[in-house]
Structures are given as C-alpha cells and as structure tokens.
Design a protein around this ligand. Structure first.
Ligand SMILES: NC(=O)c1ccc[n+]([C@@H]2O[C@H](COP(=O)([O-])OP(=O)(O)OC[C@H]3O[C@@H](n4cnc5c(N)ncnc54)[C@H](OP(=O)(O)O)[C@@H]3O)[C@@H](O)[C@H]2O)c1
Length: 306
C-alpha cells in the first residue's frame, strides 16, 4: 500500500510517499480501507517537532528521539471495513466507519488496522467520507474541554470561544451552541462570515477591537488557539468562571462515545463539517505547508483513495 512517511523531524519537504506492506488485522482488529483523512495541527506539530522548551524533551520521549517512531503520520480516518479479525464482532466487511488513532497515528495510508474497541464508530449516514474525516480532531478536543468546564451543569451558560475559525474553534462554537450556550466568538474579520454560519450569538473581531474590553462575563472561556492567558481574560470571567486553553500539558482524551455523539449531532443536522481545502495524498507536502500557516478555516482533508 501507499503511505505518507515522515523519516525525520523537519519541514513539510521531509515527507515522502512510499510503497509498504499492507497491515494484517490481529484477532480483535479490523482492517479499514481508508478513503479520507485530514492534515491537522497535531500532524504538523509532530512532523516539525513544534513544541517549546521542556515539552520538546517530553515529545521526543513520546514520539521518538531523533525521528518519529511511528513513521506513518495521520491521526484521523474515514473508510470502509475491508476485513475483520477472527474474534472481532462489532463491525462487518463493508461498514462505513471513521475514527482516530492518537499517538499511534498511521492514517495517512491506504489501509489501517485498529482494535475494534478503540476510537472507531459508524460514519454519520449523511456525511461523505471527506466530511467525516473533518469531524474528529476539532470535535473531540472541543467536547473534552467544554465538558471539563462542566458546560452541561451550567444553567444558560455563557461561553467565549477565542479563535473560533480553526478546527477546534469551529467545533467548539457548535458544541457550545448544542449545549444551549450563548456563544461569543472571537475571530478575525476574515472569519466573520464563517462564525455567523456556525451560529455564534456575538462576534468580536480581534483585528478591530480588544476582546478583553467586552462588558459580558462568562462561565467558560475556551482559547482554542493558545494565544491568550487566564490572566488576560480574568476580568471577563464570572466568579466561578473557568478558563481553558489548548496550549499546555492538558491533552484532550479521545473516545468512541464522543464520535458517536458527533455522529448523532451530524445526523440531526445540528453540526456541520467545515472543510477549507482538500488535497490528494500525493500533495501531502502542500497540505502540510498550508496547515503550517496557522490560518486555515476549519479542516484540511487529505483524500487517500483516488
Ligand atoms: N491540548 C489538546 O489536546 C489539543 C488538541 C487539539 C489541538 N490542540 C492545539 O490547538 C491549537 C489549535 O488547533 P486547530 O487545529 O484548531 O488550529 P487551526 O485550525 O490551525 O487554527 C487556525 C485558525 O486560528 C485562527 N487564528 C490564528 N491566529 C489567531 C489569533 N491570534 N486569534 C484568534 N484566532 C486566530 C485563524 O484565523 P485567522 O488567521 O483569520 O485569525 C485560523 O482560522 C493548535 O496549537 C493545536 O496544536 C491541542
């Protein structure tokens, strides 16, 4: 099969597409023929070992000291079950599925083996494979941080999403709206239209006004791009209000139940996939260059099957 290999840490140009052996499913695994994946900020972070200070040492320990131990990048997939292991019972050949592999990666390849009990579920029936591949990265992260803020326990929550137009931001606005929040979204003028589409109640354009001067007070402030701090946002928090940021040591856990929840929202049409650009697998370097800009809107899909 063809796979995107990252033979060393570095710029997008280190990536190569190689022909390697197809994986063979273990007893409790399924073999998925991948149709689409996404190039996420997590992927470019691993490829470029883009972390500061002490975290660089931690990342090298987790990922590999001089090069990625798992050389096939990609943490999200959508595709079709091609084969099931002898003791796998949850899925059958032909099922349309999607999921994530976390630090195990391996999704920028034509086939993937994944234990059926890991983060894999049925693709939303009304989603294309590309739309499904754009759901998990931002969706899982937004669910994790908003639930950590106990959004479901707050009556009429008021939530500020800082950086509302990225993969995590577009998901966070939608998930917060689903939980009945009044959402204030902070984005650039370029992102205004998208943020309106997502259903934000109030929009603050960070290139036109200082969001810290807003008169509202919030139960939850979620910085989805790691560009602010609790100190900077202190005056915007209610006394019991909580501040969360994607930047730091708190890593969102990924669960199959969260994917099932996203599928439900998608099928109920209360959640949409935001896709900025799509690239075929052989243009993975261009896809990485674009994600590296830090300016994408929503998600960048990588088409694996022709
Ligand atoms: N802790 C975790 O578990 C976890 C999980 C997932 C992701 N992350 C991290 O979360 C961060 C965001 O990920 P992502 O995939 O959502 O990023 P992304 O999609 O690349 O975010 C890009 C978006 O951010 C906006 N943006 C850029 N600078 C901004 C600023 N100063 N203020 C407000 N918005 C700004 C851009 O729009 P404009 O240029 O138009 O402003 C663009 O739409 C990454 O650093 C990633 O590593 C952490």
């Amino acid at each position: 099969m063809k796979a995107v290999i990252c033979p060393s840490y570095g710029p997008p140009e280190v990536l190569v597409i190689k022909e390697i052996n197809n994986p063979v499913p273990q007893k409790k695994e399924v073999l998925v023929k991948i149709i689409a994946s996404a190039v996420n900020t997590g992927d470019v972070r691993i490829r470029g070992l883009k972390v500061e200070g002490f975290m660089k040492v931690i990342m090298r320990l987790v990922l590999g000291f001089t090069k990625p131990r798992k050389p096939i990048l990609g943490t999200v997939f959508s595709g079709i079950v091609e084969q099931v292991g002898a003791e796998a019972t949850k899925f059958k050949v032909g099922d349309e599925v999607y999921g994530t592999t976390g630090f195990k990666q391996g999704c920028h390849a034509e086939f993937l083996c994944i234990p059926e009990k890991k983060v894999i579920t049925y693709k939303p029936r009304n989603a294309s494979f590309e739309e499904a591949a754009a759901l998990p990265f931002g969706g899982q992260t937004a669910i994790y941080f908003l639930r950590k803020g106990k959004i479901t326990e707050i009556k009429n929550p008021k939530v500020l999403i800082y950086g509302a137009t990225g993969s995590v931001g577009t998901a966070a606005v939608q998930i917060a709206k689903h939980y009945g929040a009044v959402v204030t979204a902070v984005c650039s003028s370029k992102g205004k239209e998208l943020t309106q589409t997502l259903g934000a109640d109030n929009i603050i354009l960070y290139d036109k006004e200082d969001f810290t001067e807003a008169s509202d007070k919030f139960d939850i402030i979620f910085d989805t791009v790691g560009k602010t701090s609790k100190k900077q946002c202190a005056s915007l928090l209610k006394p019991e209000g909580k501040f969360f940021s994607v930047e730091g040591a708190d890593i969102a856990s990924e669960r199959a139940e969260n994917l099932e929840f996203l599928s439900q929202l998608y099928e109920n049409k209360t959640y949409i996939s935001i896709i900025d650009k799509k690239y075929p697998m052989d243009q993975v370097i261009e896809a990485h260059r674009y994600v590296d800009t830090g300016r994408k809107k929503g998600n960048v899909v990588l088409r694996i099957a022709p």
